[in-house]
Design a protein around this ligand. Structure first.
Ligand code: AMP
Ligand code: MG
Length: 474
């Protein structure tokens, strides 16, 4: 039999203090739920193997696939602005990595796979709902062109997990990412004054994520600048689709520039800059409009951790770090404005474009307009009366430079993972019915193409369907 996953593991070759080597904890009665067939094929993994007994046992943690070298990654981080000096994978296991034909290396990572030395008070497990939620939102983000982890497969465990809502069916997911190194991984070693580890980790990230920069004495400054640029581009994409991550702690900010750790995240329906969904975000720290500022704050923690690598003299290193961090707002702004110009079908760049966008958003907030549908209506030529004389300013601007209707449609999704639809799919799944999950997934995989059968998926929630808060499921 051919090897089901061609592992080629690198993280486990790092020094022992980077992780705890341990296997997932077996579960009582594993059962396959869903396999991401397209993703499996892209990775050269046979989807039939994944869906069969051996694949299910591998994801459940009951049988290690050949070549896996399981470990829990060590990291720390700032949570809601406060330092947590020891986090780490408390319910996740990196099985190993696989390299696809184009040379890209992906982590194969389990979540909900049992306790680790980093579990603290947690049970190491995940419930079915959050696992399917991560599946839906990850695929939705991917189809929207946003760098993200993706779920490869989900299984149930035959065990129940106790959560706020009561006992829930347990589940494990396998997810795939360019990498799970976080800002918090760097902070972990910097906080221990372990300059050697910070250097090893930086060289590892350069070689793995940014090989073009991996040589020369300036490589650490380049790493910092590149992670800043990637993150600015990522957050701009979030803002352009109304995605709210919910827990932008530094342990949830990836060095590879991907969206990771889907917890209480959600897409906005009605536009309001202060929108918060996370049930644990009482102060609104991670509200929609704060995301760029928070990303910059997180990147400043990254820069601080890198200081020993940025120069032998501390003042010079601090100055270099500061310059890099100060570049974030302009980079974010440029990416955001480019994204908004595309959404509004504006060709070329004019000084007034920023104000045109701001005016639109203000009116959307005042009039409680749906974020996704307002933009798509503009793309579809619907006359949005609620926008008043903004329409004249927009038309005048478009008269001086406009993109095609097709280009505009391609920048404005019809379908996003609307919270009420996600919650309905999860509720049905808890009742044993995966049909709503399957259909929502199909809708989300082609978000730009309006399909008559799917009208309800473009509709904002009715008053009684509005979801006020989302939970991590921890
Ligand atoms: P998160 O908020 O999901 O990014 O998690 C923050 C930290 O809590 C990480 O160290 C997680 O591994 C850990 N954690 C979250 N949920 C659990 C759980 N059920 N059991 C053990 N550790 C957990
Ligand atoms: Mg996390």
């Amino acid at each position: 039999m051919p090897t089901p996953i061609r592992f080629d593991n690198s993280y486990i070759r790092l020094p022992a203090r980077f992780f705890a080597a341990l296997a997932p904890t077996p579960v009582a009665a594993p059962k396959g739920v869903r396999v991401n067939v397209a993703l499996a094929r892209d990775l050269g993994i046979d989807p039939d193997w994944l869906a069969g007994d051996d694949g299910v046992a591998a994801i459940a943690g009951n049988a290690l696939p050949p070549g896996a070298e399981p470990l829990a990654m060590a990291y720390s981080g700032h949570q809601f602005g406060h330092w947590s000096g020891q986090l780490g994978d408390g319910r996740a296991i990196l099985l190993g990595e696989t390299v696809v034909p184009d040379g890209r290396r992906y982590d194969i990572h389990l979540k909900g796979s049992g306790r680790t030395p980093f579990s603290r008070g947690g049970d190491g497990r995940a419930a079915l709902g959050p696992v399917l939620r991560e599946f839906l939102i990850g695929e939705g983000m991917h189809a929207l062109g946003i760098p993200t982890t993706r779920v490869l497969a989900a299984v149930t465990t035959g065990e129940s997990v106790l959560r706020q809502e009561g006992p829930l069916p347990g589940a494990v997911l396998a997810r795939v990412a360019l990498g799970h190194v976080r800002v918090g991984t760097f902070e972990h070693f910097a906080a221990r004054d372990d300059d050697e580890a910070v250097r090893i980790l930086a060289d590892y990230c350069l070689a793995r994520f940014y090989p073009a920069l991996a040589e020369g004495p300036e490589r650490y400054a380049r790493l910092l600048e590149t992670v800043i640029a990637r993150t600015a581009a990522l957050i701009a994409k979030w803002q352009c689709v109304g995605f709210i991550h919910g827990v932008m702690n530094t342990d949830n900010m990836s060095i590879s520039g991907e969206t990771i750790d889907y917890g209480p995240c959600a897409f906005m329906d009605v536009y309001h800059p202060g929108t918060v969904f996370s049930s644990i975000d009482h102060g609104g720290r991670y509200a929609y409009a704060n995301q760029p500022r928070i990303a910059q704050w997180n990147l400043a923690r990254f820069a601080t951790a890198l200081l020993p690598l940025l120069g032998a003299e501390e003042p010079a290193a601090i100055a270099a770090a500061q310059t890099a961090i100060d570049a974030f707002p302009a980079q974010f702004d440029a990416a955001y404005l480019a994204g908004m110009r595309a959404k509004l079908g504006l060709a070329g760049a004019e000084d007034g474009d920023r104000a045109l966008v701001a005016d639109l958003l203000e009116r959307m907030a005042d009039r409680h307009l749906d974020f996704t549908n307002t933009f798509r209506d503009l793309a579809d030529g619907v006359d949005c009366e609620a926008l008043g004389d903004w329409r004249d300013a927009w038309a005048a601007r478009r008269a001086r430079g406009a993109t095609s209707a097709e280009a505009m449609a391609a920048a404005n999704p019809v379908y996003i993972p609307r919270n009420h639809r996600v919650e309905a799919a999860l509720a049905a799944a808890y009742e044993g019915n995966l049909a709503p999950f399957d259909q929502l997934l199909e809708v989300l995989r082609a978000p730009f193409e309006r399909r008559p059968a799917f009208v309800i998926y473009a509709a904002p929630p009715a008053a009684h369907e509005v979801v006020e808060a989302t939970f991590c499921g921890t």
